[in-house]
Design a protein around this ligand. Structure first.
Ligand code: PHB
Length: 250
Protein backbone atom coordinates (compact mmCIF):
# COMPACT_ATOMS: atom_id res chain seq x y z
CA UNK A 1 0.00 0.00 0.00
CA UNK A 2 1.26 3.52 -0.82
CA UNK A 3 2.34 5.52 2.17
CA UNK A 4 1.56 9.12 3.10
CA UNK A 5 4.37 11.64 3.76
CA UNK A 6 4.00 10.82 7.47
CA UNK A 7 4.63 7.16 6.72
CA UNK A 8 1.30 5.53 7.53
CA UNK A 9 -0.33 3.31 4.95
CA UNK A 10 -3.58 3.93 3.08
CA UNK A 11 -5.11 1.01 4.95
CA UNK A 12 -3.88 2.35 8.28
CA UNK A 13 -5.50 5.73 7.65
CA UNK A 14 -8.71 4.08 6.49
CA UNK A 15 -8.93 2.03 9.67
CA UNK A 16 -8.23 5.11 11.80
CA UNK A 17 -11.12 6.90 10.10
CA UNK A 18 -13.51 3.98 10.67
CA UNK A 19 -12.36 3.56 14.27
CA UNK A 20 -13.44 7.10 15.16
CA UNK A 21 -16.98 5.67 15.17
CA UNK A 22 -17.96 4.12 18.51
CA UNK A 23 -21.18 2.81 20.07
CA UNK A 24 -21.87 6.27 21.48
CA UNK A 25 -20.42 8.33 18.60
CA UNK A 26 -22.26 7.18 15.49
CA UNK A 27 -22.53 10.52 13.63
CA UNK A 28 -19.69 12.97 13.00
CA UNK A 29 -18.59 15.72 10.65
CA UNK A 30 -15.63 15.07 8.33
CA UNK A 31 -13.63 17.64 10.31
CA UNK A 32 -14.31 15.80 13.59
CA UNK A 33 -13.30 12.51 11.98
CA UNK A 34 -10.05 14.06 10.78
CA UNK A 35 -9.25 15.46 14.21
CA UNK A 36 -10.01 12.19 15.99
CA UNK A 37 -8.10 10.12 13.42
CA UNK A 38 -5.12 12.48 13.62
CA UNK A 39 -5.30 13.30 9.92
CA UNK A 40 -4.87 16.61 8.10
CA UNK A 41 -8.23 18.19 7.29
CA UNK A 42 -7.87 17.81 3.51
CA UNK A 43 -6.85 14.15 3.80
CA UNK A 44 -9.81 13.42 6.09
CA UNK A 45 -12.21 15.12 3.67
CA UNK A 46 -10.83 13.17 0.73
CA UNK A 47 -10.95 9.77 2.50
CA UNK A 48 -14.45 10.42 3.85
CA UNK A 49 -15.60 11.52 0.37
CA UNK A 50 -14.22 8.37 -1.21
CA UNK A 51 -15.79 6.14 1.44
CA UNK A 52 -19.15 7.87 0.97
CA UNK A 53 -18.82 7.39 -2.80
CA UNK A 54 -18.50 3.60 -2.45
CA UNK A 55 -21.15 3.37 0.30
CA UNK A 56 -18.93 2.37 3.22
CA UNK A 57 -19.90 5.67 4.90
CA UNK A 58 -23.16 7.60 4.44
CA UNK A 59 -23.83 11.34 4.61
CA UNK A 60 -27.09 12.81 5.93
CA UNK A 61 -28.77 16.07 4.81
CA UNK A 62 -26.62 18.07 7.26
CA UNK A 63 -23.46 16.56 5.74
CA UNK A 64 -22.81 14.58 8.87
CA UNK A 65 -21.32 11.14 8.33
CA UNK A 66 -22.21 7.70 9.67
CA UNK A 67 -21.20 4.09 8.97
CA UNK A 68 -22.88 2.95 5.74
CA UNK A 69 -25.10 -0.09 5.38
CA UNK A 70 -22.73 -1.37 2.68
CA UNK A 71 -20.00 -1.73 5.30
CA UNK A 72 -22.37 -3.62 7.58
CA UNK A 73 -23.42 -5.85 4.66
CA UNK A 74 -19.87 -6.70 3.60
CA UNK A 75 -18.66 -7.28 7.14
CA UNK A 76 -21.62 -9.40 8.15
CA UNK A 77 -22.35 -11.66 5.23
CA UNK A 78 -19.31 -13.87 5.26
CA UNK A 79 -18.23 -13.57 8.87
CA UNK A 80 -17.72 -16.43 11.29
CA UNK A 81 -19.74 -14.41 13.78
CA UNK A 82 -22.79 -14.63 11.54
CA UNK A 83 -22.55 -18.41 11.30
CA UNK A 84 -22.24 -18.66 15.07
CA UNK A 85 -25.08 -16.23 15.63
CA UNK A 86 -27.39 -18.10 13.29
CA UNK A 87 -26.70 -21.41 15.01
CA UNK A 88 -27.12 -19.83 18.44
CA UNK A 89 -30.19 -17.68 17.97
CA UNK A 90 -33.00 -20.26 18.48
CA UNK A 91 -31.36 -21.51 21.66
CA UNK A 92 -30.60 -18.02 22.93
CA UNK A 93 -34.29 -17.25 22.46
CA UNK A 94 -35.19 -20.28 24.55
CA UNK A 95 -32.83 -19.21 27.37
CA UNK A 96 -34.18 -15.70 27.22
CA UNK A 97 -37.84 -16.84 27.27
CA UNK A 98 -37.26 -19.08 30.29
CA UNK A 99 -34.89 -16.93 32.33
CA UNK A 100 -36.38 -13.60 31.21
CA UNK A 101 -33.13 -11.68 31.60
CA UNK A 102 -30.47 -10.52 29.13
CA UNK A 103 -28.95 -13.36 27.10
CA UNK A 104 -25.76 -12.68 25.18
CA UNK A 105 -23.17 -14.26 22.94
CA UNK A 106 -19.50 -13.23 22.94
CA UNK A 107 -16.35 -14.23 21.09
CA UNK A 108 -12.70 -13.54 21.85
CA UNK A 109 -11.35 -10.61 19.84
CA UNK A 110 -7.99 -8.95 20.48
CA UNK A 111 -7.93 -9.96 24.13
CA UNK A 112 -11.44 -8.74 24.90
CA UNK A 113 -14.93 -10.25 24.84
CA UNK A 114 -16.73 -8.95 21.74
CA UNK A 115 -20.51 -9.29 21.88
CA UNK A 116 -22.12 -10.49 18.64
CA UNK A 117 -25.68 -10.84 19.93
CA UNK A 118 -27.81 -9.76 22.86
CA UNK A 119 -31.47 -10.47 23.63
CA UNK A 120 -33.46 -8.65 26.31
CA UNK A 121 -36.94 -8.26 27.73
CA UNK A 122 -38.34 -4.91 28.92
CA UNK A 123 -38.40 -6.16 32.52
CA UNK A 124 -34.74 -7.27 32.55
CA UNK A 125 -32.32 -5.49 34.87
CA UNK A 126 -29.25 -3.35 34.15
CA UNK A 127 -26.82 -4.37 31.41
CA UNK A 128 -23.90 -2.42 29.99
CA UNK A 129 -23.27 -4.82 27.10
CA UNK A 130 -23.84 -3.61 23.53
CA UNK A 131 -23.89 -5.63 20.33
CA UNK A 132 -20.50 -5.07 18.68
CA UNK A 133 -19.29 -3.73 22.04
CA UNK A 134 -16.49 -5.18 24.13
CA UNK A 135 -15.90 -6.04 27.79
CA UNK A 136 -12.61 -6.88 29.52
CA UNK A 137 -11.80 -10.58 29.88
CA UNK A 138 -11.00 -10.46 33.60
CA UNK A 139 -14.10 -8.47 34.57
CA UNK A 140 -17.06 -10.11 32.80
CA UNK A 141 -18.51 -13.61 33.09
CA UNK A 142 -18.18 -14.14 29.31
CA UNK A 143 -14.62 -12.88 29.38
CA UNK A 144 -13.72 -15.13 32.29
CA UNK A 145 -15.05 -18.17 30.42
CA UNK A 146 -13.18 -17.20 27.23
CA UNK A 147 -10.06 -16.81 29.34
CA UNK A 148 -10.43 -19.93 31.50
CA UNK A 149 -10.89 -22.22 28.49
CA UNK A 150 -8.64 -20.18 26.21
CA UNK A 151 -5.00 -20.65 25.28
CA UNK A 152 -2.31 -20.69 27.90
CA UNK A 153 -0.45 -17.78 26.25
CA UNK A 154 -3.59 -15.64 26.44
CA UNK A 155 -3.97 -16.40 30.14
CA UNK A 156 -0.33 -15.51 30.76
CA UNK A 157 -0.66 -12.18 28.96
CA UNK A 158 -3.84 -11.21 30.85
CA UNK A 159 -2.48 -12.41 34.21
CA UNK A 160 0.59 -10.22 33.62
CA UNK A 161 -1.81 -7.27 33.96
CA UNK A 162 -2.77 -4.60 34.36
CA UNK A 163 -6.08 -5.96 35.73
CA UNK A 164 -8.10 -2.77 35.83
CA UNK A 165 -10.86 -2.60 38.49
CA UNK A 166 -14.34 -1.71 37.24
CA UNK A 167 -16.03 -2.24 40.61
CA UNK A 168 -14.87 -3.24 44.08
CA UNK A 169 -15.61 -6.87 43.10
CA UNK A 170 -13.46 -6.97 39.96
CA UNK A 171 -10.62 -9.44 40.44
CA UNK A 172 -7.41 -7.44 40.16
CA UNK A 173 -4.99 -9.78 41.93
CA UNK A 174 -3.30 -12.21 39.48
CA UNK A 175 -3.21 -15.07 42.02
CA UNK A 176 -6.94 -14.65 42.75
CA UNK A 177 -7.68 -14.53 39.02
CA UNK A 178 -5.65 -17.72 38.47
CA UNK A 179 -7.73 -19.42 41.20
CA UNK A 180 -10.97 -18.13 39.66
CA UNK A 181 -9.99 -19.51 36.23
CA UNK A 182 -9.21 -22.92 37.75
CA UNK A 183 -12.59 -22.88 39.51
CA UNK A 184 -14.35 -22.04 36.23
CA UNK A 185 -12.62 -24.96 34.49
CA UNK A 186 -13.71 -27.30 37.30
CA UNK A 187 -17.31 -26.09 37.40
CA UNK A 188 -17.65 -25.67 33.62
CA UNK A 189 -19.09 -22.17 33.99
CA UNK A 190 -18.40 -18.71 35.42
CA UNK A 191 -20.41 -16.71 37.92
CA UNK A 192 -19.22 -13.11 38.27
CA UNK A 193 -21.17 -11.17 40.91
CA UNK A 194 -20.78 -7.40 40.64
CA UNK A 195 -17.58 -7.69 38.73
CA UNK A 196 -18.39 -5.24 35.94
CA UNK A 197 -21.24 -3.32 37.58
CA UNK A 198 -22.25 -3.61 41.22
CA UNK A 199 -25.95 -4.28 40.53
CA UNK A 200 -25.55 -7.34 38.26
CA UNK A 201 -24.24 -10.89 38.26
CA UNK A 202 -23.01 -12.38 34.99
CA UNK A 203 -23.28 -16.14 34.45
CA UNK A 204 -21.54 -17.70 31.44
CA UNK A 205 -20.76 -21.08 29.82
CA UNK A 206 -18.37 -22.04 27.01
CA UNK A 207 -19.41 -23.08 23.50
CA UNK A 208 -16.86 -25.43 21.94
CA UNK A 209 -16.07 -26.77 18.48
CA UNK A 210 -15.72 -30.48 17.65
CA UNK A 211 -12.09 -30.49 18.86
CA UNK A 212 -13.14 -29.13 22.26
CA UNK A 213 -11.63 -25.68 21.62
CA UNK A 214 -13.69 -22.76 22.90
CA UNK A 215 -15.30 -20.60 20.21
CA UNK A 216 -17.70 -18.44 22.20
CA UNK A 217 -19.27 -17.70 25.57
CA UNK A 218 -23.01 -17.69 26.19
CA UNK A 219 -24.14 -15.65 29.17
CA UNK A 220 -27.04 -14.24 31.13
CA UNK A 221 -26.95 -11.00 33.12
CA UNK A 222 -29.02 -11.27 36.32
CA UNK A 223 -29.83 -8.80 39.10
CA UNK A 224 -26.99 -9.05 41.62
CA UNK A 225 -28.66 -11.28 44.23
CA UNK A 226 -30.85 -13.40 41.93
CA UNK A 227 -30.54 -17.20 42.07
CA UNK A 228 -28.28 -18.55 39.30
CA UNK A 229 -29.53 -22.19 39.15
CA UNK A 230 -32.15 -21.81 36.42
CA UNK A 231 -29.83 -19.66 34.27
CA UNK A 232 -27.05 -22.23 34.58
CA UNK A 233 -29.27 -25.18 33.62
CA UNK A 234 -30.61 -23.29 30.60
CA UNK A 235 -27.19 -22.00 29.54
CA UNK A 236 -25.58 -25.46 29.67
CA UNK A 237 -28.49 -26.95 27.71
CA UNK A 238 -28.32 -24.17 25.11
CA UNK A 239 -24.54 -24.51 24.73
CA UNK A 240 -24.91 -28.23 23.93
CA UNK A 241 -27.65 -27.50 21.38
CA UNK A 242 -25.63 -24.71 19.74
CA UNK A 243 -22.60 -27.01 19.49
CA UNK A 244 -24.80 -29.63 17.80
CA UNK A 245 -26.25 -27.02 15.41
CA UNK A 246 -22.76 -25.82 14.47
CA UNK A 247 -21.61 -29.38 13.73
CA UNK A 248 -24.69 -29.90 11.54
CA UNK A 249 -23.73 -26.84 9.42
CA UNK A 250 -20.57 -28.54 8.16
C1 PHB B 1 -21.04 -10.20 32.83
O1 PHB B 1 -20.98 -10.94 31.83
O2 PHB B 1 -20.45 -10.50 33.85
C2 PHB B 1 -21.82 -8.94 32.76
C3 PHB B 1 -22.05 -8.32 31.55
C4 PHB B 1 -22.79 -7.13 31.50
C5 PHB B 1 -23.29 -6.60 32.68
C6 PHB B 1 -23.05 -7.22 33.90
C7 PHB B 1 -22.33 -8.40 33.93
O3 PHB B 1 -24.00 -5.46 32.61
Amino acid sequence: MANSPTGDSVTGRLVRVLETFTPTRTVQSAAEIGRRAGLPRSTAHRIVGELVEVGLLERDDDHRVRIGMRLWELATRSSQALRLRQAAMPFMERVQARVREHTQLAILEQEEALFVERLSVPTAGANITRIAGRLPLHASSSGLVLLAFGERELQDRILAGPLRPLTRQTITDPAALRRKLAEIRTLGHAVAPGSIEEVSTGVAVPIRDETGAIIAALSVVLPRDAATDLALVELHRAARDIERALRAQH
